[in-house]
Ligand binder design. Structure first.
Ligand SMILES: Nc1ncnc2c1ncn2[C@@H]1O[C@H](COP(=O)(O)OP(=O)(O)OP(=O)(O)O)[C@@H](O)[C@H]1O
Ligand SMILES: [Mg+2]
Length: 222
C-alpha cells in the first residue's frame, strides 16, 4: 500500500509567557492511501496540534510532513494554500463557519472557487444527507452547535478531498447524528478512497476506523 501522509520527527513548541510548551515531541507516522484512522488521547495530548500541522494550517518547529509525497512546508504560502484547497478537507474542533453566510453558502464556498458547475446541488445534497434540509438558508448564529458542526463537515467533504482531517467532528452531536456523520464519512472513505484522520474522544467513532493512533503528552503510543 502506498503512503499518503508521512511525518518525520515532528516537533511543536509553543512559547507562552516566556515558557515553552512542547505539544509534539517527535512524531513519525505513516498513513496509507484509503486508511481511516482515529486519533485518540487525553485532552492536551496534542491531537489538534498534530492535525493542524498535517493540514498545513500550523507550522512545525522541527520535522517534515509529506502529503501525497509533497513536502508541504517546502511550498510557498500561496502554493500551500492551493495544495490544501485541492487536496485536503479540514473539520475544525471549533467550526469557523463564516457568520454572515447561510449554511448552504458556507458549504458552497470551496466549490465555487474551484468548480462552479453543480456547486449548489452538490452542497445541498450533502447538507440534506446530514439532516439539514430545513437549515439550508440559516446563518450559523441561527443554528445549534451540532447543526453548525454538520455544516462544517459538509464544507470539508464537498470538494472530494484526497485527505480529510477532522478534529472531533462529532464532539457536539448526539448518538443518532454521530452515526449519520460517521456513516457518511465511512462511505466517502470506501467509495472515494478518501484517507481520513479523525481526532476523537469517542470509542464509538473510533470503531468506524481501520486503526487507532494514540497520543500521550505529545508522543505516539505503540
Ligand atoms: N497556541 C498555543 N499556545 C500555547 N500552547 C498551546 C497552543 N495550542 C496548544 N497549546 C498546548 O499544546 C498542548 C496540546 O494541545 P492540543 O490542542 O493539541 O491538545 P488536544 O489533544 O487537541 O486536546 P483536546 O482533546 O482538549 O482538544 C496543550 O498542552 C495546549 O495547552
Ligand atoms: Mg483538540
Amino acid at each position: 500500500m502506498s503512503s499518503i501522509i508521512k511525518t518525520e520527527n515532528l516537533r511543536k513548541k509553543y512559547l507562552l509567557e516566556g515558557i515553552y510548551i512542547e505539544a509534539l515531541k517527535g512524531i513519525t507516522l505513516n498513513i496509507h492511501k484509503g486508511e481511516m484512522v482515529a486519533l485518540m488521547g487525553p485532552s492536551g495530548s496534542g491531537k489538534s496540534t498534530l492535525l493542524h500541522i498535517l493540514g498545513g494550517i500550523d507550522i512545525p518547529t522541527e520535522g517534515k510532513v509529506f502529503i501525497m509525497e509533497q513536502d508541504i512546508f517546502s511550498l510557498s504560502e500561496k502554493k500551500l494554500a492551493r495544495f490544501r484547497n485541492v487536496n485536503i478537507g479540514f473539520v475544525f474542533q471549533f467550526h469557523y463557519l463564516l457568520p454572515e453566510f447561510t449554511a448552504l453558502e458556507n458549504v458552497m464556498i470551496p466549490i465555487q472557487i474551484y468548480n462552479k458547475k453543480g456547486a449548489r446541488e452538490k452542497a445541498e445534497n450533502i447538507l440534506i444527507r446530514l439532516g439539514l434540509k430545513d437549515r439550508l438558508n440559516h446563518k450559523p448564529s441561527q443554528m445549534s452547535g451540532g447543526e453548525q458542526q454538520r455544516v462544517a463537515i459538509a464544507r470539508a467533504v464537498v470538494n472530494n478531498p484526497s485527505v480529510l482531517l477532522a478534529d472531533e467532528p462529532t464532539g457536539n452531536l448526539d448518538t443518532a447524528n454521530t452515526q449519520t456523520v460517521m456513516e457518511l464519512l465511512k462511505e466517502l472513505n470506501r467509495k472515494n478512497n478518501v484517507t481520513m484522520v479523525i481526532a476523537t474522544h469517542d470509542r464509538e467513532v473510533a470503531e468506524y476506523c481501520d486503526r487507532i493512533i494514540f497520543l500521550r503528552d505529545g508522543v505516539l503510543q505503540a
